[in-house]
Design a protein around this ligand. Structure first.
Ligand code: NAP
Length: 518
């Protein structure tokens, strides 16, 4: 594979002679993995429409880069409205036959897809590390997590029950059918290149819908590899389509089409609002998994070990780049100093580097813009009186690596408490009472995930009920699972993904009244 670099994405200048030995090793490791994936067919460079691998109609392409090294992994088509309309037409045609299969037949296809993904979890994990930067162990964890939705909905496909309603007149029979909504536009972000797709596509397919997937332009390769496996699993052509490129044009086409009956979106709140407004034109169903601003509350009565482990897990997963990462760590005054010191010691020992490196737990941020945002928020906090205990600047590895950071004396009005940091920075705020903690925690437009640590059972109930969030972790920092409903309240979104509730988002309710039944 040729050594090329993504232009304009970084101040980094690719002078091979000036590279450190470490950087060179890092590049070589990633390149040999990329070459292997390429030769074994895991790097796909075309979109998928109606079961065919397709280039952009005007031949335009866009680079996909490794954020750890800057190497170009491949070029993928820069598609737009025309390709999207064809993908919609394919999905619409395929819907006719796919929705008529028995649930058991769809279930078998999904189960095969799950088996294939699990059989290739190493390769898919490597792809996620290559294009997203996530440490390999974590990336392989995402593959298992992503696949779990396919397995779960392969089972759930058989349990889409309707209802019989006791009739109000003797010659009537009333019942409720649940039917697939139709073609679904699934738009996903870069931070979970596989799981954010399977969380939507698996329930959609299980109940008979077909999909047009639009992965992030930053991480389309995992989506394409997963779609390839769906074909190998026997999922018919047109049921799963993948387009990528001009996000605004693709979004427009999905919104404008009356054949697309549902938009399932994960991403930023700003884009989610645009899609929600755009969906009004054709009155589509919409589910939105948007940004968070998760509080993580450590009460004086918390078990310190449990609180440290849980907070580290929720804060530093994917280098702080998840929607459910703790964004504000609220610590009660009696335990503040002790917690801050123990937490800083743990953070200091985190190994940063290329996701393929031995023992690496913190990879790079996705791009320069992500680093600049983190720098802006840290500088704002410092200028308003916060102090850095650990980190606080770009990592010596350069590029988009940022030091795992702990800040104290952070206040609720600082930008870092108001915006999603989406980076490895842990801001510690101090509070006195339970009421103050709840008020600080709820003082945001976001409402996705919240966490708190306490050993007091009554407080567990009280605080869990008072937090205005869709997901609450009590003495636990990792809460995502396919069997539980995932989603937010307030401006963090609409609808739920995962669990028995997730499939409802892809179903319409039809009431049938049979008359003259005597
Ligand atoms: P983003 O910028 O909103 O992008 C998400 C997806 O939307 C990408 O595929 C993007 O395409 C596409 N997009 C952008 N503009 C569009 C438009 N006008 N029409 C249609 N599609 C459009 O978000 P991101 O930066 O990738 O992801 C990070 C955000 O996602 C964070 O806010 C995070 O909290 C949130 N997130 C939420 C959840 C959850 O479950 N609630 C989970 C993960 C992430 P391109 O990338 O090709 O531009």
């Amino acid at each position: 594979m040729a050594l090329r670099y993504c232009a304009g994405s970084s101040a980094y200048v690719p002078q091979r002679s000036s590279m450190s030995i470490f950087t060179r090793q890092m590049n070589m490791e990633a390149q040999s993995v990329a070459a292997h994936l390429n030769s074994s067919g895991f790097i796909r460079s075309q979109g998928l429409i109606g079961g065919k691998w397709i280039d952009a109609y005007d031949g335009k392409t866009i680079k996909v880069c490794n954020p750890a090294t800057g190497d170009v992994l491949t070029n993928v088509p820069f598609m737009g409205g025309k390709e999207t309309n064809d993908a919609i037409a394919s999905a619409y045609d395929a819907f006719v036959s796919w929705s008529k299969l028995t649930a058991a037949d769809r279930s078998k296809c999904l189960r095969k897809w799950y088996d294939l993904i699990m059989a290739h979890k190493e390769e898919l994990g490597q792809l996620i590390t290559l294009e997203g930067g996530k440490p390999l162990k974590e990336a392989i964890g995402e593959v298992s997590y992503g696949a779990s939705f396919i397995e779960y909905y392969a089972e759930e496909a058989k349990r889409v029950y309707g209802d019989i309603i006791p009739a109000t007149l003797p010659d009537r029979r009333l019942f409720v059918l649940k039917q697939p909504v139709g073609v679904v536009g699934a738009i996903t972000p870069w931070n979970f290149p596989l799981a954010m797709i399977t969380r939507k596509v698996a329930p959609a397919l299980a109940c008979g819908c077909t999909v047009v997937i639009k992965p992030s332009e930053l991480t389309p390769l995992t989506a394409l590899a997963a779609a390839d496996l769906s074909i190998q699993a026997g999922i018919p052509p047109g049921v799963v389509n993948v387009v990528m490129g001009n996000a605004a044009d693709i979004g427009e086409a999905l919104l404008a089409s009356s054949q697309v009956r549902k938009i399932a979106f994960t991403g930023s709140t700003a884009v989610g609002k645009k899609l929600m407004a755009g969906a009004a034109g054709t009155v589509k169903k919409v589910s939105l998994e948007l940004g968070g601003n998760a509080p993580c509350i450590i009460f004086d009565d918390a078990d310190l070990e449990v609180a440290l482990k849980g907070t580290l897990a929720t804060k530093f997963r994917n280098s702080g780049q998840t929607c459910v990462c703790a964004n504000r760590i609220l610590v009660q005054e009696g335990i503040y100093e002790k917690f801050a010191n123990a937490f800083s010691n743990a953070v200091q020992s985190m190994k940063v580097g290329d996701g393929f490196g031995e023992g690496v737990v913190q990879g790079p941020l996705i791009n320069d813009a992500a680093v600049q945002k983190v720098e802006k928020l840290v500088q704002d906090a410092i200028s308003k009186g916060a102090k850095v205990l650990v980190g606080g600047k770009k990592h010596s590895l350069g590029r988009t690596f940022y030091e795992p950071t702990v800040m104290i004396d952070v206040k609720g009005e600082m930008l870092i408490s108001r915006e999603e940091v989406f980076g490895p920075v842990a801001p510690l705020l101090k509070f006195k009472t339970e009421e103050e903690a709840i008020s600080l925690a709820n003082d945001t437009n976001a409402g996705l995930a919240a966490y708190f640590f306490t050993t007091n059972v009554q407080r567990s109930w009280r605080v869990a009920e008072a937090l205005e969030y869709g997901i609450v972790g009590v003495n636990e920092g990792l809460v995502s699972t396919e069997v539980a409903p995932f989603g937010g309240v307030k401006q963090s979104g609409l609808g739920r993904e995962g669990s028995k509730y997730g499939i409802e988002e892809f179903l319409e309710i039809k009431y049938v009244c049979l008359g003259n039944m005597n």
